[in-house]
Design a protein around this ligand. Structure first.
Ligand SMILES: [Cu+2]
Length: 150
């Protein structure tokens, strides 16, 4: 019995491979009625292989995807973007550039709260992360780490 449990635990751990990706993520608080928000932060690949993102999981949104922002003629336009983090490298997402777009939010994002999200990679590994939420106009990682609110 114990052996089976250990085996199951081993499968879970190897599938999740959380150590391969380290994330310091944050968002802005959303005003009442806002349907979308963005996750920013530093996404590091600590493994020896390039990691390409397949999809993002966030329970409080209809969908979540990586967006890039293109600036042309003074206009900023967002479009879906691929995310590949080369082995051993870090990609920073920040306001006005790349971000993870959350669309169809079912709840507000509240300042001082942390929320859980998942990154599902093309190699079928899944990494679980939390992002902290700053003020409406937050431009960088909030100093306050916050705590899970859900
Ligand atoms: Cu966007």
């Amino acid at each position: 019995m114990q052996r089976i449990l250990l085996l199951l635990l081993g499968m879970f751990v190897s599938n999740a491979t959380p150590a391969d990706i380290s994330v310091e993520a944050w968002s802005r608080a959303t005003p009442p009625g806002a349907a979308s928000a963005a996750i920013y932060g530093k996404f590091s690949n600590t493994s020896t292989r390039d990691k390409t993102l397949d999809r993002v999981g966030f329970d409080q949104a209809d969908h979540a995807m990586v967006h890039g922002t293109q600036h042309t003629d003074g206009m900023a336009r967002m479009q879906t973007n691929e995310l590949t983090i080369p082995a051993g490298e870090t990609i920073e997402m920040k306001p006005g550039s790349m971000h993870i777009m959350l669309m169809g939010l079912s709840d507000r994002l509240v300042q001082g709260c942390q929320y859980r999200f998942e990154l599902i990679w093309e190699d079928d590994s899944v990494s679980e992360h939390w992002f902290r939420t700053g003020s409406f106009g937050q431009m960088k990682t909030p100093d306050d780490e916050g705590a899970p609110c859900l």
